[in-house]
Every structure is written in C-alpha cells, then in structure tokens.
Design a protein around this ligand. Structure first.
Ligand code: GAP
Length: 455
C-alpha cells in the first residue's frame, strides 16, 4: 500500500471538483450565483450513486417502507400547519458600518467579524422562498418552495397507507430538492440555498417511539460506515432541550469531522404526533391509524431520519481523499467505495497503435452494458492511472500487445495498485465480484455496546 503524505483541506476538494468535473460554481460565465453549485459529469454520477445506495438500503431491501415523490410547491396552508410560516426563521443582524448580514447565532455574541462595526438588534427572517402561482402577483397566490421534503410525506400519509397496504410500523421515503433562503451559506456545498434531501418518516405506535428512535439512530449511523466513511470521522450528538426544533421530542445529529470542524450530516428526530395532528386540524381530515391487532385507533408517532445528499457527497469526497507517495511520485486518490465511484472501470489501451485499438474498443463495448466506464488512450499509461486514481475509479483494464496473442488483459486495482492478468471472457464476472466489495475492507458496524465501550 502506498504511504499517505498529506491532509485534506476544503480548498483541495473544491479545486479537484472543479478540475475534474465533479462540481462547478453555478452560472459561472455570468460571475456565479451565491451558494449555488452545478454537478458536472462525475458529480452527477456520484450523487446518483449516493441516492441509489440510500434508496436500496431504506426502500428496496425492506418490507416496511414505501417511496414517494411529492411536488415541490404545495398548498400554502401546509406551511401554516407545519409551523414554518410562523417559526421557520433565523435571527438576522446587520453591521451598521459595512451592512453585511449575519445569522446572530453564528456570531456567538461577538461583533461583525470583518470590520468590527456595531450590529443591529436581531430581527426574525423567514427562510422560506416565496413565489406566485398563476398570473396575479398578490397575497392570495403566494406559494412556497418547500424547505423540507418531509411535509409532502405527512400530507400523503393516508394515500400511501390506503394504497400500499402497509401496517404500522412502516415508513415513507422520499428524495428531492429543498430550498432555504439561508442568511449565511458557505463551506462549498455544505450549506446552500438549494439542496437535496433524503428523508424518511417512520410511523410507529405511540409508546414504541423511543425504541424505534434508537433503532434508526443506529441504522443510519451504520449506513455511513458501510459506505466507507471512517468511524473516527463520525459521531453522534444529542440535541439539548433548548436546541430542539419546535416539533421534536428528541433529536440526534450524525456529525462528520469536516475540515471546518464537526458538523451535521443527518438529523434523526422523534417528531411525536406533531405533524399528523397539525395537518388533521388544519385540513379537517382524519389522519390516524386503525390498529386491527389492538382494536383501537390512534395517531401514529413519527421517527424522522433526514439526510442531505450534498452534505453526504461532500463528506464522502473528503473522507475518500488522499495524497500518497507511490512509485516515487505523489498521487492524489479518491478511495471511494466501489458502489459510489462515478466510473467503475476504465479501459486503457497501452497506446493508440492501430493494432491495439480494435480489441480495446471491443472490450469497452462489451463491458459498458454492465458498468459506468471511461475509455482513455491519451498520454502515458502512468498518467492515465493517475487520472483514474484522482476520480476514484476502482479498476483500470489495460490492453497490451500480448493481449492480441493470448486474449488476456491486466486489471489494476486503485487502492493497492496491484495487478492481475486474466482472460477477457472472465472480465465481467471478475469485475462484478470485485465491485460488489470482495476486495474492499469493511469496518465493524456500530452498536450501542461498542459506543459504550469507547466512552
Ligand atoms: N425534515 C427535517 C429537516 O429538514 P434539517 O436538520 O433542517 O431537518 C436535514 O435538515 C438535513 O438536510 C441536514 O442534516 C442536512 O444534511 C440537509 N440540509 C439542511 N439544510 C441544508 C442546506 N442549507 N444546505 C445543504 N444541506 C442542508
């Protein structure tokens, strides 16, 4: 294994993302737009892989979960019922000298960080984006861009219950864009005004909520470990009473050690029956559950694991990044879990020699039905390996002159840089086995017991 030589910082990640086509500043040719980012050819693959891994874990591989894709704009009364119109605000302060604006809680009582000027008294600022539906721009046509996907789930509780034939406990999962007019954004894609969430609302019988809350905290923590995030970079933090959102009985954050410090990756909240009760009250519809076994009707309690796609992408990029000394030179490598790697396999003919190209193209065409691939024949083979290391491609397949004789090719593994030679007809099977994780180290999963032992 090559030696690690350097620590990651945010600038290196931003620069790699731009240079290699993961993430670009939005509207760049017009000078950019504050805190908005575009996912490029590799970023879009990474994001899709994160969402697919989540969906597989929480929907596909479970019997107690159903999916949903609710619309972004919803009836404005939903946000009155949920408490967002009244309470989804941050205290805004403005520097009287330079007129920069800050979230008061980010300043911890200090004066304006840039110029030291006096600050105004905090004013509450609602974080929801407003727009108008239809041709008339008046109060009656105001709609909001959803600040969380969760409410789309609550208002569809009855629809999903009636059509999916699920019994409690069961959950509804949704992935989608959310929008918040954040006062302070920053740290690349960590806090932006447009972002994507992966949310579960898990409905349980009141009284069993604490058990399910613990279950989901553990389940979600382990999801990040399974994706290869190092355990020492993850921790759980329970919210203090004063910190709990208006709807929450209890809440844990899964935090990641970002270059700027520990920060929230995902929140898991016990929302009690707050949302269903509120929507029943405001809509006049019954939102409850008839428990056939117990012979009683009640309003379910809700456990909500709520994750950010963009924050996961950032944590996974940072965690995977290494600079290593290999074969006498520095290589930058993203040690992505194979499930997340944007490109799974690269085909590298030793040269552009006309004898090699037909076989290389043939192998490429054969494999691309199975894997997201790249074909690269530009520059030396060493440089091409480095390019693939830098974007996290787990395997490179090299076709050389010997391949023309014996129909064998070389697979080179990203992490160990080890190579094996094998017949072309065994490539698909071998790569499938390797990509399914056979050759990638897994770490022990988290349990309440291991957490106690480490305290
Ligand atoms: N429904 C509950 C809810 O929305 P939250 O803690 O406000 O809870 C959940 O958001 C997750 O969404 C966060 O843990 C984070 O990953 C992501 N998120 C929230 N605001 C974000 C922002 N401005 N930019 C990027 N991701 C954000």
């Amino acid at each position: 294994m090559p030696d690690k030589i350097s620590k990651v910082d945010m600038e290196k990640i931003v620069s790699l993302c731009k240079r290699r086509g993961f993430i670009f500043p939005s509207s760049e040719i017009y000078g950019g737009l504050g805190s908005c980012w575009d996912y490029g050819p590799l970023g879009v693959e990474l994001k899709r892989n994160i969402k697919d891994a989540w969906w597989r874990a929480v929907v596909q591989e479970r019997d107690d979960m159903a999916g949903l894709d609710a619309s972004i704009m919803m009836h404005p009364q939903i946000w009155v019922a949920s408490g967002h119109v009244e309470g989804f605000s941050d205290p805004l302060v403005e520097c009287k000298v330079c007129h920069l604006r800050w979230r008061a809680t980010d300043l911890n009582g200090s004066s304006c960080p840039d110029c030291g000027g006096e600050l105004t008294e905090p004013k509450l600022f609602n974080l929801m984006f407003k727009t108008f539906m239809g041709p008339v721009e008046d109060e009656a046509s105001v709609v909001y861009l959803r600040p969380e996907t969760a409410q789309g789930i609550f208002v569809n509780f009855d629809n999903v219950l009636a059509t999916s034939r699920k019994k409690l406990p069961f959950g509804i999962a949704q992935i989608g864009k959310s929008f918040r007019n954040e006062i302070t954004t920053g740290n690349f894609i960590f806090r932006t005004r447009e972002f994507e969430q992966m949310e579960i609302e898990y409905f349980v019988r009141p009284g069993s909520d604490e058990k399910w809350f613990d279950y989901w905290v553990q389940e979600r923590f382990n999801w990040y470990l399974k994706l290869g995030i190092k355990q020492e970079n993850l921790r759980l933090r329970r919210h203090g009473k004063e910190e709990l959102a208006h709807y929450a009985k209890d809440c844990y954050d899964i935090e990641y050690l970002f270059p700027m410090g520990w920060a929230e990756l995902e929140g898991i909240a016990n929302r009690g029956d707050y949302d269903l009760v509120q929507h029943a009250k405001h809509s006049g519809k019954t939102l409850s559950y008839f428990d056939e076994e117990a012979g009683e009707r009640y309003t379910p309690y809700v456990i909500e694991p709520s994750a950010g796609v963009d924050r996961s992408a950032l944590a996974l990029l940072i965690d995977a990044y290494d600079e290593e000394l290999a074969e006498g030179e520095t290589r930058v490598v993203l040690h992505f879990h194979p499930e997340l790697a944007p490109i799974k396999v690269a085909i590298l003919p030793l040269s552009r020699n006309e004898k090699l190209v037909p076989l290389a193209r043939e192998v490429y065409t054969k494999l691309r039905r199975y894997f997201m691939m790249q074909y690269d024949d530009a520059q030396s083979i060493g440089r091409r390996y480095r390019r693939q290391d830098e974007i996290g491609t787990p395997f490179c397949v090299t076709i050389d002159f010997q391949s023309l004789e014996d129909n064998q090719v070389t697979i080179r593994e990203r992490d160990s840089m080890g190579q094996i030679r094998l017949p072309i007809e065994e490539l698909v099977k071998t790569l499938q086995a390797k990509l399914s994780g056979e050759s990638f180290a897994t770490q022990p999963l988290w349990t309440a017991k291991t957490a106690e032992a480490s305290e």
